[in-house]
Write a new protein. Structure first.
Length: 461
């Protein structure tokens, strides 16, 4: 590889982009020092030269550095089915996702995950929060895919109200934590599915025990919540409370709880999120494609609720996700009150990076260009015609940047992608193998689509 980024293969280096996105906003005349996979310092060039007058610095005049984005909610077992959900009505999980995930084996789990990780890295994501129903064997395959691709992964172990007991869930979670320790960039979590109509194995009280375990063991607790009308309606009818009110009563809302979607929420539920410190993933493209509502993300941000942006396995493009996040808020909540700012740009950059890390329990590990955090970052080309002239970089990230402006992706100090292609493995051979496996899996899964192929719906067809 003969690129200006060859120096990023070193265990330690100093880099001086034209602009760096810090927790305080974009800054210029800045040197970022990386050592042992972490950000060692962020300082002015003058300060750096006073300390290290002879240290070489990689100067990149037309390049911006920003934190790698965090996908706060996705499903790595659903990669092969994304093209089949276009035009499909809500509740596609019954007809498409469950049959597809049931057809996973170790090889398919590896290929499905690695394909998603490849697309994610190309789209500016350096961390993914995976929600799955995997067996331990399939989870290990997903871990190998994360290691081989270089991405940072929050890996989930499956549990639900169909699990036999709280003790069983806790043992399974402990085994998962041990399995994740083998991989430095794989972080454990518990993925819980609440099926209120069954409660086949668990009593409601068992959820309190599981929630207490997650707090004591500092384990992220993931759950879908308040996403669709049936979820909220059935919870009210069966338990006399809205979902987030029920979670609070059971004691499972805390700073390591991550609720996915949280679109159909009452004012009281929003207040409970604020009071307990629970986080949410805002999934704007999922709302566009199959949702019943758009999350009140501006209100979440105003209240300081930990909020990340998720893709929900729709498309793995971090810049389009930020654009969708702002656009959905503008249409759903901004237009009726003449709010033309809707987050002022920076809100969505924050949610895509540091907010996602905070919501997923990784705030002390990644999400910002800040000393002590992992060197998870993107290098962006600032010379593209879409970006000239430049006057407000964070708004430009939200509205004008796109994946083809990413020149390099670094995770944990490791250079994993240059100009959209992975470092150290053959993307073309992988895609050829994966395309065949995906078709075989889709045929075996027997998914059910109710929307016809687009071209057959043209007039006269």
């Amino acid at each position: 590889m003969n690129t200006p980024f060859e120096a990023l293969r070193s265990p330690s280096y100093a880099i001086a982009p034209a602009l760096v996105v810090t927790p305080q906003g974009p800054v210029r005349d800045c040197v970022v020092v990386v050592a042992s996979g972490k950000i060692a310092s962020v300082e002015t060039m003058q300060s750096f030269r006073e300390r290290q007058p002879d240290e070489p610095v990689l100067e990149l005049r037309h390049t911006a550095m920003m934190p790698g984005m965090v996908d706060a909610h996705t499903h790595a077992g659903q990669t092969f089915g994304k093209a089949h959900i276009c035009g499909e009505p809500t509740q596609i999980w019954r007809r498409i996702w469950v049959p597809l995930e049931d057809a996973l084996d170790e090889r398919r789990a590896y290929l499905s995950a690695k394909l998603m990780f490849l697309e994610a890295l190309r789209g500016g994501f350096t961390t993914l929060v995976n929600f799955n129903r995997n067996s331990p064997e399939n989870n290990e395959a997903v871990h190998r895919a994360a290691v081989d691709s270089g991405i940072r992964l929050v890996s989930g172990v499956a549990a639900s109200t169909d699990s036999p007991s709280a003790a069983h869930v806790i043992r399974t979670a402990q085994d998962h934590v041990s399995a994740c320790r083998a991989h430095p960039r794989v972080h454990p979590s518990l993925c819980f599915g609440f099926y209120g109509e069954s409660l086949a194995g668990l009593e409601l009280a068992a959820l309190s025990e599981i929630g207490k375990f997650c707090v004591e063991d500092k384990l992220l607790f993931q759950m879908h919540s308040n996403e669709h009308f049936p979820d909220v309606h059935d919870c009210i009818v069966r338990f006399g409370k809205r979902p987030i009110e029920l979670w609070n009563e059971l004691g499972i809302l805390h700073r390591l709880t991550l609720l996915h979607h949280a679109t159909l929420v009452s004012a009281n539920e929003v207040a409970l999120l604020e009071d307990t410190g629970a986080g949410v993933s805002y999934n704007p493209v999922a709302s566009q494609w199959k949702g019943n509502a758009v999350a009140p993300a501006l209100e979440y941000a105003r209240r300081g609720i930990a909020m990340g942006l998720g893709t929900d396995a729709t498309r793995m493009d971090g810049f389009r996700n930020m654009d969708a996040a702002e656009s959905c808020q503008r249409i759903a909540h901004g237009m009726p009150v003449l709010d033309f700012s809707c987050g002022a740009g920076w809100t969505w950059v924050e949610a895509a990076t540091r907010g996602g890390a905070r919501a997923s329990g990784l705030g002390s590990i990644t999400g910002a260009i800040e000393p002590g955090l992992a060197a998870d970052y993107l290098l962006l080309d600032t010379r593209m015609p879409e970006l000239l002239p430049s006057c407000d970089f964070e708004w430009e990230l939200v509205r004008f940047y796109q994946r083809d402006q990413i020149r390099a992706v670094v995770v944990g100090g490791n250079l994993v992608m240059v100009n959209g292609r992975p470092v150290g493995w053959d993307m073309d051979a992988f895609m050829e193998e994966t395309g065949v496996a995906a078709q075989e899996m889709l045929e075996e899964a027997r998914i059910t689509r109710v929307h016809a192929v687009s071209s057959t719906l043209r007039p006269g067809k």
